[in-house]
Write a protein that binds this ligand. Structure first.
Ligand code: NAD
Length: 479
């Protein structure tokens, strides 16, 4: 049944001023999933004003921080009660398997909310060393109105990475979900309301990037922009931020290396290399999409890796037995096909996959492995954002490091070795925000996540994220 959603502004469900709506799809069937009110510039104005009113009213900002934290804990509790429902809504629209949403993405999202709920009353300033006739101290204050824009691959989780620290610190927020996946975030608003989060503290304006997204990031009334999405859009947003000199955090794309040394535990490396690239259909910013394999173990690794890829059950994302769901859209499917064709043109070999799933409607692509890849090829340099592993051989540590760092991106990297010294040397040498040693794709609410180079800047998660949602004020007292 097609669901209908409206905009969520100042605690009320409202139509767009233009009266326009847009449709979202179930990528597993291609059928319409929901009809959603489409925010335009006037709606973004209304939402920013609502967030401003809520901030200036002081109710949220000046609420005792422990009380703010308790309300966020209440929201987390209510999310837990509705986890199966939220997982279903999310899987139906974004194509993550129900196993991925119910047992990985949703629990991780709630964990993030609980982490920052607990931090709400632990934001601290400092007393500085001062002469006897003076007292100098700092206080950390909320920034004000956060304008957040998020993508479609983990709709709730990536929104929560912004909502939770922003609200815990006393800010108010306006979010623009991706046009493909607004439903779960809109459902979350009911939960936040039931939990007692005051009206206007959180507002959601579903719509398209070029209209609602652009209006939000260019809005003079916001105090910070928090963006997750592609590097191309990140460049646009940075230009928009410069107009009113807004602080900005950018979580952008990646082309992360996963490096397998000859002394690695091969079975674990194969299993997690497959997880690293095929989890969430390869639509993960930190996907281990470049797999570097040492010459001496190349054949053994590849035999096992191809078997593992072939064993993945692709199909209906709402079926608990499915291991990989559909890509988000027809456009994404075609983009993946173009990349695979470009790889083959440039001399790569296709070992498995490389085709749509013929047996189903919807946007399914099979787990794909391309070998004989060199660093100059587009499939080694550009983010495909699909289940396509580009495998590159290397000789030794120096060769691996040089090739792995030869990219405009720097989001994450994996290293597989049983040599503890080499593991740490590689961790230092890799230019990326996260390095996984003998594992891949794991996240922890307490551990900062973010990129270097053109993967963006700023750190989400961890105590560090609170720095992005507060401002330091220095107070000088003459005694
Ligand atoms: P995208 O950049 O096309 O869209 C992301 C969001 O930006 C959407 O909400 C979209 O509507 C909005 N948008 C588009 N144009 C805009 C504009 N001109 N002004 C304001 N907003 C605009 O990215 P996508 O295809 O939805 O998501 C995939 C990308 O996100 C990949 O590159 C992936 O690596 C990246 N990503 C990064 C992280 C991270 O933490 N680094 C996490 C997930 C995804």
């Amino acid at each position: 049944m097609t669901k209908e959603y409206k905009l969520f502004i100042e605690g009320k469900w409202t139509d767009a001023v233009s009266g326009k709506t847009f449709e979202t799809y179930n990528p597993g069937t291609g059928e319409v999933n929901a009809v959603v009110a489409e925010a335009g510039k006037e709606d973004v104005d209304r939402a920013v004003q609502a967030a401003r009113n809520a901030f200036e009213s002081n109710e949220w900002k000046n609420m005792p921080p422990g009380e703010r934290g308790r309300l966020l804990f209440m929201a987390a509790l209510k999310m837990r009660e509705k986890i199966e429902h939220l997982a279903e809504v999310e899987s139906r629209e974004c194509g993550l398997t129900i196993k991925e949403t119910q047992f990985i993405a949703l629990p991780a999202t709630i964990d993030v909310l609980e982490f920052y709920a607990g931090l709400a009353n632990k934001v601290q300033g400092e007393t500085l060393a001062s002469p006897p006739d003076r007292l100098n101290y700092t206080i950390r204050e909320p920034l004000g109105i956060i304008g957040a824009v998020v993508p479609w691959n983990f709709p709730l989780m990536l929104a929560m990475w912004k909502i939770a620290p922003a609200l815990a610190a006393g800010n108010t927020i306006v979010l623009k979900p991706a046009e493909q996946t607004p439903s779960s975030l809109l459902e979350l608003m009911e939960i936040f309301q039931e939990a007692g989060i005051p009206d206007g503290v959180i507002n959601v304006v579903p719509g398209f990037g070029k209209e609602a997204g652009s209006a939000l990031v260019s809005h003079p009334g916001i105090d910070k922009i928090a963006f997750t999405g592609s590097t191309a859009t990140g460049r646009f947003i940075m230009r928009a931020a410069s107009q009113h000199l807004k602080p900005l955090s950018l979580e952008l794309g990646g082309k992360s290396p996963n490096i397998i040394f000859e002394d690695a535990n091969l079975a674990n490396a194969v299993r997690m290399a497959a997880f690293g690239i095929y989890f969430a259909q390869g639509q993960v910013c930190a996907a281990g999409s470049r797999i570097f394999v040492q010459d001496s173990i190349y054949d053994d690794f590849m035999d096992a890796f191809v078997k593992q890829a072939k064993s993945i059950k692709v199909g209906n994302q709402l079926d608990m037995a499915t291991q990989m769901g559909p890509q988000i859209s027809q456009a994404q499917l075609e983009r993946i096909e173009d990349y695979v064709a470009a790889g083959l043109d440039e001399g790569a070999n296709l070992l498995t996959g490389g085709e749509r799933l013929a047996s189903r409607d919807g946007f399914f692509y099979t787990p794909t492995i391309l070998e004989n890849v060199s660093n100059e090829m587009r499939i080694a340099q550009e983010e495909i954002f699909g289940p396509v592993a580009s495998v590159i051989r290397f000789k030794d540590e120096e060769d691996a490091l040089r090739k792995a760092n030869d990219t405009i991106y720097g989001l994450a990297a994996g290293v597989w070795t049983n040599d503890i010294k080499r593991g740490h040397r590689m961790a230092r040498g890799l230019k990326s925000g996260t390095v996984w040693l003998n594992t891949y794709s794991l996240l922890d609410s307490a551990a900062p996540f973010g990129g270097t180079k053109q993967s963006g800047f700023g750190r989400e998660l961890g105590i560090q994220a609170m720095d992005m949602y507060t401002e330091t004020k220095h107070v000088w007292v003459d005694l």
